[in-house]
Design a protein around this ligand. Structure first.
Ligand code: FPP
Length: 224
């Protein structure tokens, strides 16, 4: 069992469900897309802050397999924000951050990642591959149950290690801390396998307002 005390002695894996962009915008009389734009900027700040703390892996829920039902204009906007995030290469390199991605593999039948996002993901992974600091994994076109079903189907044995080896990225360590913003206390099909022993931090703070100070509050849960 990973105790908080043990977790604090090595680099942590923090996972974030970045919820509340739409409500943040609505409260300000802005379109939902403005909330997502602010959410992408908040994420860039959290990446910088996490890279400067004891975080070795930051995994964020960028777009779920369920998010495809959103209005096309909102989806187009969110896709553009992913291209923006994956284009922040100078910033990522300055912080020694290596980009990674999990989701339905591009060549599989149900995969939906558009070519423009595929290209941005592949480019960002390549442009940051020599960085040795924090690994930023963006889950895009991702759903945990689909990941687990696929892994179990491909595994040679029904053992934990054999199933683990068939996850989208078997090198991801167990999640130490799962953060969800905006007052929702659900885990929403995110990293169900990897977060089996995670501490869970729910906060009323909307994702666009989540920054270094809020990250420190969350990290306090696994650092004491
Ligand atoms: C939740 O807000 C967030 C998402 C649907 C994921 C998209 C996240 C971003 C655009 C932030 C930036 C991240 C990346 C990887 C570019 P919501 O619309 O569900 O908010 P609501 O619950 O208030 O409606």
């Amino acid at each position: 069992m990973t105790s908080p005390a043990r977790a604090s002695s090595r680099r942590l894996h923090v996972a974030c469900i970045m919820d509340g962009n739409g409500r943040w915008a609505k409260r300000r009389g802005l379109p939902r897309t403005a909330g997502h734009t602010a959410g992408e900027e908040a994420l860039a700040g959290v990446v910088r802050a996490a890279a400067q703390r004891n975080v070795g892996w930051l995994t964020v829920f960028g777009f779920s397999t369920e998010n495809w039902v959103r209005p096309p204009s909102e989806i187009r906007h969110i896709l553009g924000l992913h291209r923006k995030l994956f284009g922040r290469i100078d910033e990522l390199n300055a912080n020694n951050v290596r980009v990674n991605w999990i989701g339905r593999p591009f060549d599989e039948p149900y995969a939906r990642t558009p070519k423009s996002v595929q290209r941005a993901i592949v480019q960002a992974i390549d442009d940051t591959k020599h960085n040795t600091g924090m690994v930023l994994t963006v889950a895009f076109d991702y759903g945990s149950r689909a990941e687990i079903v696929r892994a179990v189907t491909r595994a040679h044995h029904t053992s934990i290690s054999a199933i683990n080896a068939e996850l989208y990225d078997p090198t991801l360590p167990p999640v130490d801390l799962l953060v969800r913003t905006s007052g929702e206390s659900r885990v929403s099909n995110f990293l169900l396998w990897q977060a089996a022993n995670a501490r869970v931090y729910f906060t009323d703070c909307s994702w666009p307002d989540f920054g270094a100070a809020q990250l420190d509050d969350a990290l306090a849960l696994v650092s004491t």
